[in-house]
Ligand binder design. Structure first.
Ligand code: NDP
Length: 286
């Protein structure tokens, strides 16, 4: 029997949440408070990074959030970048700091993540926030996983007791979403490139999250009928962006699927704004 697959409109959900945050910020500024401020740091001239930052700053502006960009040349030393981060940590007017990845090869991404004040680490990249996630404490967590939870909740997907299979174990997607789902009492299986018989593991998933960057790797016969399928992956194949999931193929099998455009992406940006607003409220007590 064929299922009617719900195609998630991540942009519509993102716009709804951004409108709510915009209303909150409007109230704050009407009361004489300053706007929350997100600071984005870019090192070098990676074109994809420039475009991601443009999207983030535009989204911030639309909800009345301040955004600052520091664009440093490729040859900037790590010491100079760490110096800038120390200044931003000390700047009371800055609530959130994000260093856009990738950084140039001569820099250490982990050392840079550690240099961001955990109270301003709105991308959840430092060990303090990662540790808080692990310990089941409150903190600022990675934006894509937070966006995935919003999507699942918005569509009434039951997480408690579900078997969630996560393909990918990165620090920004696979690991944090696995921990967040486990916190919500899902039974989580985390898969990676060495997992044996991945298709069989996926077939047992009530919730399947694909975050590998391997184009259309997840095939229709990997999907348990009625499963919720979240496609995080984005790959450029001959100039065309494709996801990790065979989107057309899973129609009629999955209960829900995110498209690779207007799916998880807009929610990632939304949760960055959400984290910045949370950081602002925690720092200012407003
Ligand atoms: P990483 O490259 O850091 O991690 C990829 C993970 O996929 C690794 O754990 C790797 O396993 C696993 N993997 C790779 N090939 C296979 C395979 N054949 N079978 C099983 N597992 C495999 O990527 P990210 O987590 O940073 O990103 C994943 C994808 O999500 C990318 O396409 C990225 O562009 C996209 N993305 C999209 C976002 C959005 O907002 N839409 C936000 C963030 C990422 P192993 O550890 O064994 O190497």
């Amino acid at each position: 029997m064929s299922t009617q697959t719900v195609v998630v409109d991540g942009l519509a959900l993102a716009q709804k949440l951004r409108k709510e945050m915009g209303d909150e910020i409007e109230k704050l500024t009407a009361n004489g408070e300053r706007s929350p401020c997100l600071c984005v740091v870019r090192v070098g001239d990676d074109p994809a990074s420039a475009s991601y930052i443009k999207g983030k700053r535009r989204a911030a502006k639309r909800i009345g959030m301040e955004s600052i960009e520091h664009h440093l040349p490729e040859e900037t030393t790590e010491e100079a970048l760490l110096g800038l981060l120390a200044d931003l940590n000390a700047d009371d007017a800055v609530d959130g700091i994000l260093v856009q990845l990738p950084v140039p090869a001569h820099m250490h991404a982990n050392r840079i993540a550690e240099a961001i004040d955990p109270a301003k680490d709105v991308d959840g990249v430092g060990t303090i926030n990662a540790g808080r996630l692990m310990m089941g404490e409150d903190g600022l967590f990675s934006c894509t996983p937070l966006g995935i939870l919003e999507i699942l909740d918005h569509h009434g997907i039951e997480i408690e007791g579900a078997h969630a299979v996560v393909i990918g174990r990165s620090m920004i997607v696979g690991k944090p979403i696995s921990l967040l789902l486990q916190r919500r009492n899902a039974t989580v299986t985390m898969c990676h490139s060495r997992t044996r018989d991945l298709a069989k593991v996926c077939r047992s998933a009530d919730i399947l999250i694909a975050a590998t960057g391997r184009p259309r790797m997840v095939q229709p016969d990997w999907i348990r009928p009625g499963a919720a399928v979240i496609d995080v992956g984005v790959s450029d194949v001959d100039g065309v962006l494709v996801g990790d999931v065979d989107f057309e193929g899973v129609q009629g099998i999955a209960a829900l699927v995110t498209p690779h455009r207007r799916g998880v992406g807009p929610m990632t940006i939304t949760m960055l704004l959400h984290n910045t607003l949370r950081a602002y409220r925690a720092r200012t007590g407003s």
